[in-house]
Design a protein around this ligand. Structure first.
Ligand SMILES: NC(=O)c1ccc[n+]([C@@H]2O[C@H](COP(=O)([O-])OP(=O)(O)OC[C@H]3O[C@@H](n4cnc5c(N)ncnc54)[C@H](O)[C@@H]3O)[C@@H](O)[C@H]2O)c1
Ligand SMILES: N[C@H](CO)Cc1c[nH]c[nH+]1
Ligand SMILES: [Zn+2]
Length: 425
């Protein structure tokens, strides 16, 4: 049986917010399509109080950002990028091109071809999300994308130096300081000064995620990577203090970031709730985390692992932290999630910042149909075929008859002409 010790906002309340966001985003995109740079500047002024002469940073402006960081900070950014690059390179090497003779004289293959140009969005409303630069730009470059442009909103009234340095170290070819819907739309549809890209990637708030969703089709997107959500699956092998830290660690992302504890121990549920309240009195980001916990925090108690597994697969959350006696059971049976964090020794923050797996992950149920950002998202797997004359006759006979079933005369003739040319002479 499933029992809620604490429940978050219900689906209907969430849907009202979503509708408002949809309308706002639709209007901004259509205005930017019509008025280009002028509209980008207007929205940047309205939402971010930021209207520079040029949104694109010059080499001198980028270099000035390095001066604002310590050597340690630069080295740490480099270390994190190295981890992301290493893992992405191994993943890239696992994506082999294929060429095989499936029937005598029939050769089929596929090639993995990088997308020509990509726009990488690095969030920066509440926090300058330095790590998002590694996740998208480094990975795009490992995939072989030629033109990688990057955008991030101003932070506290100016370009965030650590984000700009991370973008530059990651290999971004153009760096823009603008955020939100205006950044996504400018990169996707292009303006007088910005050449549009083929694909937009990277996480963001509800406005950013919705803008990508609305533009999908005109451009490619990686996935729906909206407001952070985290699920902690735990039993009495761990304590409330650890569970609370792992819930609040992600609740601090935003007012609408769900943090859920799923347990088979009512006592752990109660201890965690008490611990959350205690930690909120000392967490410097409690202003955000406390609202997220109040509105979207949940504590669900189940009887068995099987029940916990079913709830977790239904939730299809972005992050799933497993802290149970039987970790392999969840590793084996979890099907819907963005990333798994196995055991109390690791945690979401390692993945967020530096361990090497990508932190741009599916939210709002998108984990039911996609994994997170990875090198494969930047590659188009495109097929080709080649046949001998003899094989063309063999396949052509099947094809001709199959076309006749469907009434496709033109298709049939494509086969028949080859039967006449390559058939018995
Ligand atoms: N799913 C993932 O992989 C993942 C990874 C990292 C971060 N995130 C999420 O990214 C988000 C970052 O959000 P953020 O807000 O800090 O930064 P952000 O850069 O995504 O958004 C800031 C921009 O939002 C726009 N904006 C703000 N209020 C608006 C309004 N009322 N109307 C229109 N536009 C508006 C502004 O232009 C601003 O530049 C968080 O929700 C975090 O949880 C998700
Ligand atoms: N947890 C975020 C993904 O939802 C990623 C991140 C980066 N920095 C901090 N957090
Ligand atoms: Zn995080």
């Amino acid at each position: 049986m499933i029992k809620y010790l604490k429940q978050g906002k219900q689906a209907e309340e969430k849907a009202i917010d979503n509708q408002k966001v949809k309308e706002i985003v639709e209007n901004i995109i259509s205005d930017i399509e019509k008025r280009g740079d002028e509209a980008v500047s207007q929205y940047s002024g309205q939402f971010d109080k930021w209207t520079p002469k040029s949104f694109r940073l010059s080499r001198e402006e980028i270099d000035a950002c390095y001066e604002q960081l310590t050597e340690q900070e630069i080295n740490d950014i480099k270390w994190a990028q190295e981890q992301v690059r290493n893992f992405a390179t191994i993943q890239r090497e696992s994506m082999k091109d294929v060429e095989v003779e499936t029937l005598p004289g029939v050769v089929l293959g596929h090639k993995n071809i990088p997308v020509d140009s990509v726009g990488c969005y690095v969030p920066g409303g509440k926090y300058p999300l330095v790590a998002s630069a590694h996740m998208s730009i480094v990975t795009a470059k490992v995939a072989g994308v030629k033109r990688v442009i990057a955008a991030t909103p101003p932070f506290q009234g100016k370009p965030a130096p650590a984000v700009i340095v991370a973008m530059d170290l990651a290999g971004a070819d153009e760096i823009y300081t603008f955020g939100g819907v205006q950044a996504i739309a400018a990169m996707a549809v292009g303006t007088d000064t910005i050449e549009p890209v083929s694909m937009i990637v990277g996480p963001g708030n509800a406005f950013v995620a919705e803008a990508k969703r609305q533009l999908f089709g005109r451009i490619g997107i990686d996935l729906f990577a909206g407001p952070t959500e985290t699920l902690v699956i735990a039993d009495d092998s761990v304590d409330g203090e650890l569970c609370a830290a792992d819930l609040l660690g992600q609740a601090e992302h935003g007012l609408n970031s769900p943090a859920v504890l799923l347990t088979n121990s009512e006592q752990l549920g109660k201890d965690t709730m008490a611990e959350v309240e205690r930690q909120l009195t000392i967490l410097p980001t409690a202003d955000v985390a406390s609202v997220a916990w109040r509105d979207y925090g949940e504590v669900i108690v189940c009887d068995t692992y099987d029940e916990m597994l079913e709830v977790a697969n239904d939730l299809a959350f972005e992050h799933v932290q497993i802290m149970t006696k039987d970790v392999p059971y969840f590793q084996k049976n979890m099907r819907n999630f963005g990333a798994l964090f196995l055991g109390p020794e690791t945690n979401v923050s390692y993945g967020d910042k530096c361990i090497g797996t990508n932190h741009t992950l599916p939210t709002k149920g998108a984990g039911r149909y996609t994994g997170g950002l990875w090198v494969g998202k930047f590659l188009k797997t495109c097929t080709y075929q080649r046949v001998t004359e003899e094989a063309s006759v063999m396949v052509g006979e099947y094809c001709s008859r199959l076309c006749a079933i469907e009434g496709f005369a033109g298709h049939k003739e494509q086969a028949d002409i080859r039967l006449r040319r390559y058939g018995k002479k």
